[in-house]
Ligand binder design. Sequence first.
Ligand SMILES: [Zn+2]
Length: 78
Amino acid sequence: MTFIQKLVTTLLPDKWVADIQAESQRWLLRCPTCGTARSVWEMGGIRYKARSKGRVVYAMCTTCGQRQNMSLEWQPDE
Ligand SMILES: [Zn+2]
């Protein structure tokens, strides 16, 4: 876990942490180079009560190693 994730999981009640983690795992960052999608949580971030569809985040792809802007996608219920 990253510093911010540790901070959140230490300070907040377990129920909130579960919510935040679940929500962060449904926000996906897709690499435009290789198409790999990883959740915000996996990338070391958190995203909660945020409605930022279409936003672009600068991040590094762990598959192809490219640092670039990736679009943030919400993964709806299956
Ligand atoms: Zn990639």
